[in-house]
Design a protein around this ligand. Structure first.
Ligand code: SF4
Length: 251
Protein backbone atom coordinates (compact mmCIF):
# COMPACT_ATOMS: atom_id res chain seq x y z
CA UNK A 1 0.00 0.00 0.00
CA UNK A 2 1.23 3.48 -0.86
CA UNK A 3 0.49 6.78 0.86
CA UNK A 4 -0.49 9.49 -1.59
CA UNK A 5 -1.28 13.15 -1.08
CA UNK A 6 -5.00 13.84 -1.10
CA UNK A 7 -6.62 16.63 -3.08
CA UNK A 8 -10.38 17.32 -3.08
CA UNK A 9 -10.83 14.05 -1.23
CA UNK A 10 -9.13 12.09 -4.02
CA UNK A 11 -5.57 10.77 -4.38
CA UNK A 12 -3.41 13.40 -6.08
CA UNK A 13 -2.76 11.77 -9.45
CA UNK A 14 -3.16 14.18 -12.33
CA UNK A 15 -2.36 14.72 -16.00
CA UNK A 16 -0.47 17.89 -16.82
CA UNK A 17 2.82 19.04 -18.31
CA UNK A 18 6.16 18.78 -16.58
CA UNK A 19 6.75 22.36 -15.42
CA UNK A 20 10.41 22.10 -14.41
CA UNK A 21 13.80 20.73 -15.35
CA UNK A 22 14.96 18.41 -18.10
CA UNK A 23 11.52 17.39 -19.37
CA UNK A 24 9.93 20.83 -19.07
CA UNK A 25 6.87 20.99 -21.28
CA UNK A 26 6.42 17.21 -21.59
CA UNK A 27 2.89 15.90 -21.04
CA UNK A 28 3.09 13.76 -17.91
CA UNK A 29 1.01 12.03 -15.30
CA UNK A 30 2.03 13.05 -11.79
CA UNK A 31 1.68 10.70 -8.85
CA UNK A 32 2.14 12.78 -5.73
CA UNK A 33 3.12 10.72 -2.71
CA UNK A 34 2.70 11.87 0.85
CA UNK A 35 5.56 12.16 3.40
CA UNK A 36 8.93 13.87 3.29
CA UNK A 37 12.05 13.46 5.42
CA UNK A 38 12.92 17.18 5.07
CA UNK A 39 11.11 20.40 6.03
CA UNK A 40 11.95 23.18 3.57
CA UNK A 41 10.53 26.48 4.74
CA UNK A 42 9.40 27.45 1.20
CA UNK A 43 8.05 24.01 0.27
CA UNK A 44 4.96 24.36 -1.92
CA UNK A 45 3.76 20.85 -1.09
CA UNK A 46 3.81 21.34 2.67
CA UNK A 47 0.52 19.41 2.84
CA UNK A 48 2.60 16.25 2.33
CA UNK A 49 4.60 16.61 5.56
CA UNK A 50 3.93 19.71 7.68
CA UNK A 51 1.70 17.91 10.18
CA UNK A 52 0.09 19.39 13.24
CA UNK A 53 2.33 19.09 16.26
CA UNK A 54 5.63 19.15 14.32
CA UNK A 55 8.11 21.96 15.13
CA UNK A 56 9.08 23.07 11.61
CA UNK A 57 8.70 26.74 10.68
CA UNK A 58 7.31 27.52 7.21
CA UNK A 59 7.07 30.75 5.20
CA UNK A 60 3.30 30.24 5.14
CA UNK A 61 3.24 30.75 8.93
CA UNK A 62 3.06 34.48 8.07
CA UNK A 63 -0.23 34.00 6.19
CA UNK A 64 -3.18 34.78 8.47
CA UNK A 65 -5.10 31.59 9.21
CA UNK A 66 -2.39 29.19 7.94
CA UNK A 67 -2.34 26.02 9.99
CA UNK A 68 -0.26 22.90 9.87
CA UNK A 69 -2.06 19.96 8.30
CA UNK A 70 -4.00 17.10 9.83
CA UNK A 71 -2.15 14.02 8.60
CA UNK A 72 -5.15 11.74 8.15
CA UNK A 73 -7.03 14.37 6.16
CA UNK A 74 -4.17 14.89 3.70
CA UNK A 75 -3.30 11.28 2.94
CA UNK A 76 -4.93 8.59 0.78
CA UNK A 77 -3.72 5.00 1.02
CA UNK A 78 -4.04 3.03 -2.22
CA UNK A 79 -3.01 -0.37 -3.58
CA UNK A 80 -0.91 -0.88 -6.71
CA UNK A 81 -3.78 -1.93 -8.99
CA UNK A 82 -5.86 1.05 -7.97
CA UNK A 83 -3.01 3.48 -8.72
CA UNK A 84 -2.12 1.81 -12.03
CA UNK A 85 -5.80 1.88 -13.03
CA UNK A 86 -6.02 5.65 -12.47
CA UNK A 87 -2.77 6.23 -14.36
CA UNK A 88 -3.87 4.04 -17.30
CA UNK A 89 -6.96 6.18 -17.86
CA UNK A 90 -4.82 9.15 -18.93
CA UNK A 91 -3.23 7.66 -22.06
CA UNK A 92 0.12 9.35 -21.29
CA UNK A 93 3.40 7.42 -21.10
CA UNK A 94 5.55 9.78 -18.99
CA UNK A 95 5.06 9.29 -15.27
CA UNK A 96 6.50 11.63 -12.66
CA UNK A 97 6.60 10.16 -9.17
CA UNK A 98 6.86 13.10 -6.83
CA UNK A 99 5.96 14.22 -3.34
CA UNK A 100 6.92 15.00 -0.67
CA UNK A 101 9.93 12.76 -1.07
CA UNK A 102 8.86 9.69 -3.06
CA UNK A 103 11.81 7.54 -2.05
CA UNK A 104 10.67 7.60 1.59
CA UNK A 105 8.27 4.86 0.42
CA UNK A 106 10.57 3.17 -2.06
CA UNK A 107 10.18 -0.34 -0.61
CA UNK A 108 6.42 -0.09 -1.12
CA UNK A 109 6.93 1.28 -4.64
CA UNK A 110 8.65 -1.81 -6.03
CA UNK A 111 5.48 -3.81 -6.75
CA UNK A 112 3.78 -0.74 -8.30
CA UNK A 113 6.80 -0.13 -10.52
CA UNK A 114 6.71 -3.76 -11.69
CA UNK A 115 3.08 -3.30 -12.65
CA UNK A 116 3.72 -0.01 -14.45
CA UNK A 117 6.72 -1.39 -16.34
CA UNK A 118 4.72 -4.35 -17.58
CA UNK A 119 5.35 -4.60 -21.33
CA UNK A 120 1.82 -3.66 -22.28
CA UNK A 121 1.99 -0.50 -20.22
CA UNK A 122 5.59 0.54 -20.91
CA UNK A 123 5.69 3.76 -18.93
CA UNK A 124 8.73 6.02 -18.69
CA UNK A 125 9.28 6.70 -15.00
CA UNK A 126 10.97 9.73 -13.54
CA UNK A 127 11.26 10.96 -9.96
CA UNK A 128 11.44 14.30 -8.27
CA UNK A 129 13.73 13.53 -5.35
CA UNK A 130 15.67 15.54 -2.77
CA UNK A 131 18.69 13.26 -3.19
CA UNK A 132 18.91 11.97 0.37
CA UNK A 133 18.01 8.30 -0.33
CA UNK A 134 19.94 5.88 -2.52
CA UNK A 135 17.39 4.07 -4.70
CA UNK A 136 17.12 0.36 -3.94
CA UNK A 137 18.51 -1.84 -6.75
CA UNK A 138 14.97 -3.05 -7.55
CA UNK A 139 13.71 0.52 -7.80
CA UNK A 140 16.63 1.62 -9.95
CA UNK A 141 16.22 -1.30 -12.33
CA UNK A 142 12.61 -0.24 -12.98
CA UNK A 143 13.20 3.52 -13.31
CA UNK A 144 14.48 5.81 -16.05
CA UNK A 145 15.23 9.24 -14.66
CA UNK A 146 16.01 11.02 -11.40
CA UNK A 147 15.47 14.75 -11.13
CA UNK A 148 17.62 15.36 -8.07
CA UNK A 149 17.03 18.57 -6.16
CA UNK A 150 19.61 18.78 -3.39
CA UNK A 151 18.47 21.37 -0.90
CA UNK A 152 20.60 24.41 -0.04
CA UNK A 153 20.74 26.38 3.21
CA UNK A 154 17.98 28.66 1.81
CA UNK A 155 15.61 25.75 2.58
CA UNK A 156 16.09 26.20 6.33
CA UNK A 157 16.88 22.46 6.64
CA UNK A 158 19.99 21.55 8.65
CA UNK A 159 23.09 20.56 6.67
CA UNK A 160 23.13 17.11 8.28
CA UNK A 161 19.55 16.44 7.20
CA UNK A 162 19.74 17.71 3.62
CA UNK A 163 23.24 16.57 2.57
CA UNK A 164 23.71 12.79 2.41
CA UNK A 165 27.14 12.37 0.81
CA UNK A 166 26.71 8.71 -0.14
CA UNK A 167 23.37 9.37 -1.79
CA UNK A 168 24.67 12.40 -3.71
CA UNK A 169 27.69 10.40 -4.89
CA UNK A 170 25.35 7.60 -6.04
CA UNK A 171 23.16 9.99 -8.06
CA UNK A 172 26.22 11.78 -9.46
CA UNK A 173 27.47 8.45 -10.81
CA UNK A 174 24.12 7.46 -12.33
CA UNK A 175 23.54 8.30 -16.02
CA UNK A 176 19.84 8.61 -15.14
CA UNK A 177 20.35 11.71 -12.96
CA UNK A 178 20.04 15.39 -13.56
CA UNK A 179 20.43 17.98 -10.80
CA UNK A 180 17.99 20.80 -10.22
CA UNK A 181 19.03 23.50 -7.75
CA UNK A 182 16.46 25.94 -6.41
CA UNK A 183 18.33 29.24 -6.08
CA UNK A 184 17.15 32.33 -4.31
CA UNK A 185 20.10 34.74 -4.15
CA UNK A 186 23.51 34.96 -5.81
CA UNK A 187 25.09 33.78 -2.54
CA UNK A 188 23.40 30.40 -3.09
CA UNK A 189 25.74 29.79 -6.03
CA UNK A 190 28.71 29.20 -3.72
CA UNK A 191 26.90 26.22 -2.23
CA UNK A 192 25.81 24.98 -5.65
CA UNK A 193 29.36 25.17 -7.04
CA UNK A 194 30.76 23.43 -3.97
CA UNK A 195 28.37 20.49 -4.45
CA UNK A 196 29.02 20.29 -8.19
CA UNK A 197 32.78 20.31 -7.66
CA UNK A 198 32.84 17.92 -4.72
CA UNK A 199 30.72 15.28 -6.47
CA UNK A 200 32.13 15.87 -9.94
CA UNK A 201 28.71 16.61 -11.45
CA UNK A 202 28.81 17.48 -15.13
CA UNK A 203 27.63 21.05 -15.84
CA UNK A 204 25.37 19.90 -18.64
CA UNK A 205 23.13 17.95 -16.27
CA UNK A 206 22.76 20.92 -13.90
CA UNK A 207 19.55 22.97 -13.94
CA UNK A 208 19.23 26.23 -12.01
CA UNK A 209 15.68 27.20 -11.12
CA UNK A 210 14.49 30.34 -9.33
CA UNK A 211 12.83 29.91 -5.96
CA UNK A 212 9.33 31.35 -5.95
CA UNK A 213 5.68 30.45 -6.16
CA UNK A 214 4.48 33.59 -7.94
CA UNK A 215 5.31 34.93 -11.41
CA UNK A 216 6.69 38.12 -9.83
CA UNK A 217 9.11 36.30 -7.55
CA UNK A 218 10.37 34.14 -10.45
CA UNK A 219 10.87 37.17 -12.70
CA UNK A 220 12.87 39.01 -10.04
CA UNK A 221 15.53 36.29 -10.15
CA UNK A 222 15.54 35.05 -13.71
CA UNK A 223 18.01 37.52 -15.24
CA UNK A 224 20.96 36.87 -12.94
CA UNK A 225 20.32 33.12 -12.99
CA UNK A 226 20.34 33.10 -16.81
CA UNK A 227 23.69 34.93 -16.75
CA UNK A 228 25.16 32.30 -14.40
CA UNK A 229 23.85 29.54 -16.70
CA UNK A 230 25.53 31.19 -19.69
CA UNK A 231 28.80 31.53 -17.78
CA UNK A 232 29.00 27.90 -16.63
CA UNK A 233 26.95 26.10 -19.28
CA UNK A 234 24.29 25.13 -16.81
CA UNK A 235 20.67 24.83 -17.94
CA UNK A 236 18.06 27.35 -16.87
CA UNK A 237 14.77 25.91 -15.68
CA UNK A 238 11.68 27.98 -15.25
CA UNK A 239 8.67 26.89 -13.21
CA UNK A 240 6.30 26.90 -16.14
CA UNK A 241 3.27 25.71 -14.17
CA UNK A 242 3.48 28.89 -12.03
CA UNK A 243 3.29 31.05 -15.18
CA UNK A 244 0.28 29.11 -16.44
CA UNK A 245 -1.67 28.29 -13.28
CA UNK A 246 -0.06 30.16 -10.37
CA UNK A 247 0.44 28.19 -7.17
CA UNK A 248 -2.67 26.06 -7.75
CA UNK A 249 -2.51 22.39 -6.74
CA UNK A 250 -3.24 19.31 -8.83
CA UNK A 251 -2.70 20.85 -12.27
S1 SF4 B 1 12.36 18.10 0.05
FE1 SF4 B 1 10.79 18.77 -1.39
S2 SF4 B 1 8.85 17.99 -0.58
FE2 SF4 B 1 10.38 17.82 1.05
S3 SF4 B 1 10.10 19.68 2.25
FE3 SF4 B 1 11.72 20.10 0.73
S4 SF4 B 1 10.66 20.99 -1.06
FE4 SF4 B 1 9.10 20.01 0.25
Amino acid sequence: MIKLAKLNNRPEIFHSIQGEGKNLGKPSVFIRLSLCNLYCKWCDTDYTWNWQGTPYPHNNDAIPGYQKFEKDEMMAVLGDEEIAGIVDDYNCKNLVITGGEPLVQQKSLISLLRLLRDNERGYHIEYETNGTFIPLPEVDALSHQYNVSIKLSNSGVSYEDRIEPEAIAWFAASPKSNFKFVVDTEQDMEEVQAIINKYNISNDVVYLMPQGSSVESLRQKQNWIVEVCKQYNYNYSDRMHIHIWGAKRGI
